[in-house]
Design a protein around this ligand. Structure first.
Ligand SMILES: [Zn+2]
Length: 142
């Protein structure tokens, strides 16, 4: 039971895109993305990082604090998406796709911009936290 994080360009068709809305995005020549992934890029994810690398210091650290705060607050959209992903983890391979993730599945793509990794690492940790919480809850009730 685990979550894989990949760069958008490596995303399998069942990947969950966690980046910002890019309504007009079209892949560069030579890059083909599965239709489902492309559609998610056009819509954007509620789990995208509002702190932009290169504009905000420590974007991943700030995202971690932000996401935790949203979970504590019970932010409906963010909690629903985290729970949706958490429900998938025990039953299928879950891949989160982001622009700041490894490319291709190696080390981080622009280490100067993303020294602390990808915000999807933070999402994966939050999701796994929910998965284990659900498992604990199931143990108590059975
Ligand atoms: Zn990211």
């Amino acid at each position: 039971m685990s979550i894989t994080i990949c760069h958008v360009k490596d995303a399998p068709k069942d990947a969950i895109y966690v980046g910002r809305k890019m309504f007009n995005y079209t892949p560069r020549r030579g890059v083909t993305l599965p239709f489902d992934v492309l559609s998610q890029i056009h819509i954007g994810s509620v789990l995208c990082n509002p702190f932009r690398a290169g504009e905000t210091p420590d974007p991943i650290g700030r995202f971690k604090a932000y996401l935790w705060h949203k979970m504590q607050q019970g932010s409906p959209l963010i909690c629903a998406e985290l729970k949706r992903i958490a429900a998938l983890v025990p039953v299928q391979f879950v891949t989160l796709a982001c622009w700041c993730a490894n490319e291709p599945r190696g080390r981080y793509f622009e280490p100067s911009l993303y020294p602390d990794g990808c915000h999807a690492d933070v999402i994966a940790n939050a999701v796994m936290y929910l998965v284990f919480q659900q498992m604990d809850a199931a143990e108590v009730t059975t």
